[in-house]
Design a protein. Structure first.
Length: 296
């Protein structure tokens, strides 16, 4: 089946989808994006993704390319035309097309692109064998709360991890604290079974999955501590895991070659994964709105 992309008001064959060479997203990475998971035909945490998109745009002094209702119709139509019931919706908004000049162009319409593709999600609670992490220096800019398409440090970190045989990279700041993964949020479980993840501020992206997992934890009386943790603390922790739209809740079984826990995803991780997968399968999978509500 041929894939269809939405590009600035038109649905076109994916193979023919084009943007202009002077699109500022292409030239300056002057744009933002969202990745949403689709489970059983539903956009998981649609409101949270929409809200984060608006927030990212606002931080760059951009606005939504259209009102919410038509925007959400384009999301659904892109999924429908690609026959995606389980998969990924990718949304990108750039400042638009203008003669190259660093300063914002005047009277330019932002550019909107959406693509969708089917993914057969591993939705069994036992599908997770756990993954390895490689730590890397966090060399990123100071506004990681903005979901910018400027992802060079992230892709370099991910590749470094893959070259070392790891699935994900954990960024470590100048004080030895883990900020987040190259495309995931980072968590550990402490000796008392409490889950620990860095608080929301400009140092990390406010993950939509992070927000949903925090709500599920609260609902299920799992204690939460939002604070930074060091690599040494993670290495000594009984469990560690990561969260993201496309990885859900995934156990971490090794960091820089050293085993975490007993080398398999631990009980708290497995429980949270099961809760999150139930949430994705269920009708109420839209509660992670305002992921960055805590950020001033
Ligand atoms: N990545 N941190 C970073 C740097 C990310 O890029 C992502 C998401 C996350 C997790 O956020 P969420 O739970 O909203 O997916 C954290 C997406 C999936 C990507 O770039 O493909």
């Amino acid at each position: 089946m041929s894939r269809i992309a939405y590009v600035n008001g038109r649905y076109v064959a994916h193979a023919d989808a084009r943007i202009h060479v002077e699109d500022r997203g292409y030239q300056f990475a002057d744009g933002v994006y969202e990745v949403a998971a689709i489970c059983r035909g539903r956009i998981i945490d649609e409101d949270g993704h929409l809200e984060r998109l608006k927030r990212s745009l606002g931080e760059l002094r951009m606005v939504m390319p259209m009102a919410d209702a038509p925007f959400q119709m384009v999301c659904r139509e892109t999924l429908r035309r690609n026959r995606v019931r389980d998969g990924i919706l990718y949304i990108q908004v750039s400042r638009g097309v203008a003669r190259r000049d660093h300063a914002f162009p005047k009277n330019v319409k932002s550019a909107l692109v959406m693509t969708a593709r089917a993914v057969a999600w591993p939705l069994g609670a036992d599908d997770d064998e756990g993954v390895q992490i490689a730590t890397v220096e966090d060399i990123r800019w100071l506004r990681r709360d903005i979901k910018s398409v400027s992802l060079l440090p992230n892709i370099l970190a991910k590749q470094e991890a893959r070259d070392k045989g790891a699935y994900e990279a954990w960024f470590v700041d100048g004080d030895g604290f883990v900020t987040e993964g190259s495309s995931t949020n980072a968590w550990i479980v402490d000796d008392l079974g409490r889950i620990v993840t860095r608080q929301l501020d400009r140092n990390i992206l406010g993950g939509i999955t992070r927000a949903a997992v925090l709500k599920l934890a609260r609902q299920n009386s799992i204690e939460i501590i939002e604070r930074p943790f060091t690599v040494a603390e993670a290495l000594a922790a009984p469990e560690a895991f990561l969260t993201s739209t496309t990885s859900f809740v995934t156990g971490i079984i090794g960091i820089d070659g050293a085993a975490i826990g007993d080398g398999a995803p631990g009980p708290v991780t497995r429980r949270l994964r099961a809760l999150y997968l139930d949430y994705c399968r269920g009708p109420g999978s839209n509660m992670a709105a305002r992921p960055h509500a805590a950020v001033a």
